[in-house]
Design a protein around this ligand. Structure first.
Ligand SMILES: Cc1cc2nc3c(=O)[nH]c(=O)nc-3n(C[C@H](O)[C@H](O)[C@H](O)COP(=O)(O)O)c2cc1C
Length: 368
């Protein structure tokens, strides 16, 4: 049985987490067409409550923020009531859960937008690839650049979503500033071609994401807000001419706001880690709160990085899809169930709530 501090309690602002293992935000596209989580969501998250912290699947802050069919939202009373059942179930098991606040920006399609409008972004730069609509995959279209006068409205959607997440019983919120979505679109010079105060210099490109972070922290407080970034991930053809300089500067600004954690996807999201020459330590050195590492971690790497002081929390994605009792399996050195990619997105309970946990007999056998 592993005795690593991975499995020990850790202070987390006003609360304590029962271990340093975090369940990654994982979109599963199984909510109703109106973005309301179902009974199977309650069971799915309940099964995974032994994680020190769960981060919910990315959750739309508004209809405009939506880019994938059947993803949940946090803008209607019905959604808040449905999420309350999820947070109650996780808390009843002794778990903790944050909600990931999502606005996809240009990674959407008119079919998913209010009145069939064009998706919005920092600039009118069309993404490559296809959107996942209720009628299947459709080519992305050119987004409409948000006007400066509209930005407070979008920030206000983040504020309302934060209030709603709090009302739904979440332990905090994670600002999704990763993976090529709206805030990442503002950061990068490949997707932000603006000539106003929100474009051009790094300082200008960071302005809107930081305004959002400030507003979310002002709505709750810094101990209930984390933020996720993916410095080298290219999605939908997004690009950046100087990733290190941009993200060093961004993390310096984030650090001034002291969110409870900085969540860093190291390497290409879902792909290789550490082959891009990016200096993640430079980010760690700029942030003195809790540093959460993610991407392709296994037990060995998690223990190694934690022992070396490279990370404070380790976030696992796909292993949590197929192993509801991932924490126990890692601690016991038990084998992990393989995940089935075919059931990642959409569908029903299959591939969501039917992965087996270890039986009491199996647990006893691995503990011996
Ligand atoms: C099915 C699936 C859904 C995902 N959904 C989200 C999401 O909603 N928000 C997000 O920030 N990342 C999302 N990701 C990325 C994961 O959070 C994570 O960064 C990635 O899987 C790498 O971690 P892993 O190697 O432990 O799986 C998703 C990944 C997968 C496989």
């Amino acid at each position: 049985m592993s005795k690593s501090k991975l499995f020990e309690e850790v202070d987390f602002g006003p609360i304590r987490l029962s271990n340093r293992i975090v369940m990654a935000p994982l979109t599963r596209s199984r909510a109703t067409s109106d973005g309301v989580p179902k009974a199977m969501h309650v069971e799915y998250y309940r099964q995974r409550a032994s994680a020190g912290l769960i981060i919910s699947e990315a959750t739309n802050i508004s209809v405009e923020g939506r880019g994938y069919a059947w993803t949940p939202g946090i803008y209607s009373d019905e959604q808040v009531a449905a999420w309350k059942k999820v947070t109650d179930a996780v808390h009843a098991e002794g778990g903790r859960i944050f909600l990931q606040l999502w606005h996809v920006g240009r990674i959407s399609h008119p079919d998913l937008q209010p009145n069939g409008a064009a998706p919005v972004s920092a600039s009118a730069v069309k993404p490559s690839g296809k959107a996942f609509t209720e009628e299947g995959f459709k080519d992305h279209e050119t987004p409409r650049a948000l006007e400066e006068a509209e930005l407070p409205r979008v920030t206000e959607d983040y504020v309302k979503a934060t209030k709603n997440a709090r009302a739904a019983g979440f332990d905090g919120v994670e600002v999704h500033s990763a993976n090529g979505y709206l805030l990442d679109q503002f950061l990068r010079d490949g997707t932000n071609l603006r000539t106003d105060r929100y474009g051009g210099s790094i300082e200008n490109r960071m302005r809107f994401p930081l305004e959002v972070l400030d507003a979310v922290i002002a709505t709750w407080d810094k101990e209930h807000v984390g933020i996720r970034i993916s410095p080298v991930t290219v999605m939908g053809g997004s690009s950046e001419s100087d990733q290190q300089r941009l993200f060093n500067a961004y993390v310096e600004e984030i650090a001034k706001r002291q969110p409870i954690y900085l969540h860093v996807i190291e390497g290409q999201t879902g792909g290789d880690r550490g082959k891009d020459g990016f200096d993640y330590d430079a980010l760690r050195q700029r942030f003195d709160g809790l540093y959460m590492g993610n991407n392709n971690y296994d037990l060995d790497l998690a223990v190694k990085q934690l022992d070396a002081g490279e990370v404070d929390l380790v976030c696992f994605g796909k292993p949590f899809i197929s192993n509801p009792d991932l924490v126990a399996r890692l601690q016991l050195g038990a084998p992990l169930n393989a995940w089935d990619q075919a059931t990642f997105y959409g569908g029903d309970e299959k591939g969501l709530t039917d992965y087996p946990a270890l039986t009491p007999e199996e647990r006893a056998r691995y503990a011996a």
